[in-house]
Design a protein around this ligand. Structure first.
Ligand SMILES: NC(=O)C1=CN([C@@H]2O[C@H](COP(=O)(O)OP(=O)(O)OC[C@H]3O[C@@H](n4cnc5c(N)ncnc54)[C@H](O)[C@@H]3O)[C@@H](O)[C@H]2O)C=CC1
Ligand SMILES: O=C(O)[C@@H]1CCC=N1
Length: 271
């Protein structure tokens, strides 16, 4: 069986995953064929040494890929899939699209097609992603091992046996980096409000999120315990947390945001 891989769509997410495979050495650039209609994005991928084409018809008929990873927008999926039916066979199709259920892939690719859904996030570009996997019964164990090996180059991999959880997964880890980036923006702006110049405020906000995230990931203590370690009785942190935590203000806001993301994922799946 070949280790050739086709990556369909090399935008934000596709490129992040491509970087993970290449930076880790898990795949040789020559094993990867990128289909990307946008010339600038095709050139960006080509600079990494991979094969690039603008459309599926340009892929060699005897390519025999082991995996076709589809990273196009959910709204484009139904239009994109028919061009890949010719690869159905030993290949496993992997979709990273929010919302789109396995049933839609089976409708276009046949009900015997091997399909995996993966919900990654953009920190995959530096090997720090969170990737959650759901697969249908037609993915062979050998292909699942091969693909899991590739996914692990992008970060932590977890799997779910209930596809309906994918909407909640998307709302937490798929979209989650944007919530954190927005928190950095807010902390930076707040720093400016209390008198720091913007560059210093941005450095403090970014390094604080980076350091706190790394500490939470590496420590044996819970986030609750780590929070308590920062919070001196009647000190500065307690004053701030009174604002964030009284009446669960931040938790309520985050829950509302996550519920909105989950709802949108469900809608995308029905589009
Ligand atoms: N951006 C993110 O953080 C995450 C995105 N996703 C999913 O990844 C998918 C892609 O999202 P992004 O990368 O953000 O979007 P994007 O717009 O950056 O990338 C999509 C790419 O697909 C290309 N494309 C369009 N039609 C095509 C075709 N017929 N053949 C090949 N390529 C084609 C576009 O030119 C574009 O470069 C979406 O389904 C999204 O739900 C999943 C998790 C996180
Ligand atoms: O915003 C979106 O729809 C995609 C899915 C998860 C992150 N980005």
């Amino acid at each position: 069986m070949s280790d050739r891989v086709v990556l369909v769509g090399c935008g934000n997410m596709g490129f992040a995953m491509l970087k993970g495979w290449l930076d880790s050495g898990a795949l040789e650039p020559q094993a990867i064929h990128v289909v990307e209609p946008a010339a600038m994005l095709r050139q960006r991928a080509g600079e990494l040494g991979v094969h690039t084409v603008a459309e599926a018809g340009e892929l060699s008929a005897d390519l025999n890929p082991r995996m076709v990873l589809i990273a196009v927008k959910p709204q484009a999926m139904a239009q994109v899939l028919p061009a890949y039916t010719r690869f159905a066979g030993d290949v496993t199709f992997v979709s990273v699209a929010a919302g789109i259920p396995v049933a839609l892939f089976e409708k276009h690719l046949g009900d015997k097609a091997a399909i995996m859904r993966v919900m990654p996030n953009t920190p995959a570009a530096i090997g720090k992603g969170m990737l959650v996997v759901y697969r249908n019964a037609h993915v062979t164990d050998a292909n699942a091992v091969f693909i899991n090996g590739l996914l692990k180059t992008s970060g932590e991999v977890a799997s779910i046996a209930d596809e309906s959880l994918m909407d909640a997964v998307t709302a937490i880890s798929g979209s989650g980096p944007a919530y954190v980036f927005h928190f950095i923006e807010c902390l930076t702006d707040a720093g400016v409000t209390v008198g720091l110049d913007r560059d210093l405020a941005a450095l403090l906000a970014m390094q604080t999120v980076y350091g706190a995230g790394a500490l939470a990931a590496q420590s044996h203590e819970s986030p609750t315990k780590l929070r308590e370690q920062v919070t001196s009785p009647n000190g500065t942190t307690a004053a701030a947390l009174d604002v964030l935590m009284s009446e669960d203000r931040l938790e309520d806001l985050i829950t509302k945001a996550v519920e909105a993301a989950k709802k949108r994922s469900v809608e995308l799946g029905k589009a």
